[in-house]
Ligand binder design. Structure first.
Ligand code: GLN
Length: 487
């Protein structure tokens, strides 16, 4: 049986020659087709096994790649109509490294259009459904990458995370989702959304597997000037270090026992109570976990600060999508008319709204008040975290205010009540901090994840802490067993 196995398990089977890479690919391909109509993980399913042998830990392992990474000769749409026919002529560094490592691409996955949004509902080829409950979203924007691992089609997948786009769907999908330090993995060939916040990130079924993938992907890349050159450690070998005395904090105003005592919401109160039960277990294991207080105004500023910076950067980055260099040509008698037509037809409402916001923020007369001030607030938030990181090794928090929501209840508008709990993951992007989601509880048969965010460049410590937490959750290597298929 292939379905649902982790990288580590498949590695053993490959090494003992119980299976071949071609067998694994063909099973993954079969599963990808079987689940496509119901869950819609993929924009493109690859039907031909392209495999280059290597001696890496990912040799022969199938995986899925978000459709905003450039892949030579393979349709790459970013789930947008404006790129619906775009076939790139160069490889993203991530794709190239995976090819060189012998990993086998099974498909390009659906995202929220251009990686903006958090519902998995805005891709041009349709909605992605949650394998744990088809009535629910899995979250986005890396929705198809999350669903393909949660369905057991592939043992890992690659996403991108600008505000929470891997770590939140990981929580809703019962997966580990890891965003390493900014610059740890090259963004060359990842379609830029908000360059100062964009990270390559990944899903897998356990912490060791994300460490293995990060080991393959990390490193200096001359094509991405901000990539770091400082870490030749093998993360997968450092997971089991003793954590006794490691100090974590949680923020009282975000997830303290009484933070939402006046709100009548069953999911939210279960998230808070299961979280505190988990903290007690972790304390028994040797972690020191303390409550700290942070000015609520600062925490409430996370979402608007994120929106101002990300919309402005997105508007600028996506100004190349004119319908002239890429995508379906617009109609009209002048360049302006052609661009107007292509962009009107090419983008959904959500994207247009964000570009209008971004253009407003970037207008000369608004830049100081909006864009530059948002940058200052970002710094205040990051400084606060760095101050806490002097005393603590990491922050621990639930990833959201509940398990995945039903489709009918989702909209881009987030509830004011849970704004802090729903949006704090963007702190990891503001500071470029390494940040990981690990499933920690089931609420009404739906998974929920907790998050650890740590000091910049200390990816190894964050992974080590997460590995030790995973030992306590009883939720390692889970996937949804939905469907009647036995491969
Ligand atoms: N949900 C956030 C947004 O709407 C984050 C998206 C992301 O990380 N790509 O922009």
């Amino acid at each position: 049986m292939y379905r649902g196995k982790s990288i580590t398990q498949l590695r053993e089977e490959l090494d003992s020659e119980k299976v071949t890479p071609e067998d694994l690919f063909s099973k993954a391909n079969q599963l990808a087709h079987y689940f496509q109509d119901d869950y819609n993980s993929f924009v493109t399913i690859i039907d031909k096994c392209k495999y280059r042998k290597s001696d890496s830990k990912l040799n022969g392992i199938p995986y899925a790649l978000k459709d905003n990474f450039s892949t030579t000769g393979i349709l790459t749409t970013a789930s947008s109509n404006i790129l619906k026919d775009y076939v790139p002529v160069y490889d993203a560094t991530v794709y190239k490294k995976l090819k060189d490592a012998g990993a086998i691409l099974v498909g390009k996955t659906v995202l929220d259009e251009l990686a903006m949004g958090g519902t998995g509902t805005t891709g041009h080829t349709g909605v992605v459904k949650n394998p744990w409950d088809k009535e629910c979203m899995i979250g986005g924007s890396s929705a198809g990458s999350a669903a393909s691992v949660a369905l057991g089609i592939v043992p890992f997948s690659i996403g991108s995370d600008t505000g929470d786009s891997v770590r939140k769907p990981a929580s809703h999908g019962g997966l580990v989702g890891f965003k390493p330090t900014y610059g740890r993995i090259s963004r060359y060939g990842l379609f830029a959304f908000a360059s100062s916040l964009d990270h390559v990130a990944m899903f897998a079924r356990n912490v060791k597997d994300v460490a293995i993938v990060t080991d393959i992907l990390k490193g200096k890349d001359p094509n991405d000037m901000v990539t770091l050159n400082d870490d030749d450690k093998c993360y997968a070998d450092l997971l089991d270090k003793d954590i006794k005395g490691k100090k974590l904090f949680y923020i009282k105003e975000m997830c303290g026992k009484d933070a939402y005592k006046d709100i009548d919401d069953k999911d939210l109160s279960e998230v808070i109570s299961t979280f505190h039960e988990m903290l007690d277990k972790l304390r028994k294991k040797g972690f020191i976990i303390e409550e700290v207080s942070v000015d609520k105004t600062l925490l409430e500023a996370i979402y608007p600060t994120y929106m101002v910076i990300s919309c402005a950067e997105a508007t600028s980055n996506n100004s190349n999508l004119t319908g002239i260099q890429f995508g379906p040509r617009g109609e009209g008698n002048s360049i302006e008319e052609i661009m107007f037509d292509a962009r009107t037809k090419g983008f959904s409402e959500l994207i247009k709204r964000r570009f209008i916001l971004g253009s407003y923020i970037l207008q000369k007369e608004n830049q100081e008040k909006l864009f530059l001030n948002a940058g200052r607030i970002r710094h205040i938030i990051v400084d606060k975290m760095n101050e806490l990181f002097k005393e603590y090794d990491g922050m621990i928090a639930p990833c959201s205010g509940g398990p995945a929501q039903k489709f009918e209840s989702t909209s881009e508008k987030l509830s004011d009540r849970y704004l802090i709990l729903e949006n704090h993951l963007a702190i990891g992007n503001f500071g470029g901090f390494p940040s990981i989601t690990v499933p920690y509880a089931m609420i009404d048969d739906m998974p929920v994840g907790l998050n650890i965010t740590g000091r910049v460049r200390e990816d190894d410590l964050v992974l080590n802490i997460a590995y030790k937490i995973e030992e306590e959750t009883g939720l390692k290597d889970i996937y949804s067993k939905v469907g009647d298929i036995d491969v």
